[in-house]
Design a protein around this ligand. Structure first.
Ligand code: DQA
Length: 145
């Protein structure tokens, strides 16, 4: 089973940006952790991070026919991007929405999620564990077909 783990804008700044909200783990540290968790789960994981909305759309399009499931933390594009929503709908690959912080407890503008409309499930406020829970849920969904 092959998963694409997508991270959007400013997630490359993990460890530096607002550590009270996002913790002290760096993006590279997150990738290392998720690589070992994916190996434990028996999943092949591919990682991509971009600060650009278009590059995230292209990464989703390139996943078509190649990837079984997508874990996506699109950062602020979660709350604005119809293009990412449309890309997820276009490829029709099972996808899970992840947020490191608990967006439900934050500003009003973070309460909208466009891409969530194309996702099977959402993991928010669990830090790095949210990505693992997303992989586990997607494994079930892919197995169930
Ligand atoms: C985030 C939450 C978003 O609202 C924010 O814009 C981010 C990170 C999270 O992981 O908690 O960049 O997706």
């Amino acid at each position: 089973m092959k998963f694409l783990i997508l991270n959007g804008p400013n997630l490359n700044m993990l460890g530096i940006r607002e550590p009270d909200l996002y913790g002290t783990l760096t993006y590279d540290g997150l990738v290392d952790y998720l690589k070992s968790e994916a190996a434990r789960l028996g999943v092949e994981a591919e990682f991509f991070q971009s600060n650009s909305e278009g590059e995230l759309v292209t990464a989703i399009q390139k996943a078509y026919g190649r990837v079984d499931a997508i874990v996506i933390n699109a950062g602020a594009y979660t709350h604005t991007s119809i293009a990412i929503l449309d890309a997820l709908k276009a490829v029709s690959i099972p996808a899970a929405e992840v947020h490191i912080s608990d967006v439900a407890k934050r500003e009003d503008f973070r309460q909208v999620s466009y891409l969530g409309m194309a996702c099977c499930c959402k993991f928010s406020g669990e830090g790095k564990l949210g990505y693992v829970h997303a992989m586990e849920r997607l494994m079930q969904i892919v197995r169930e077909g």
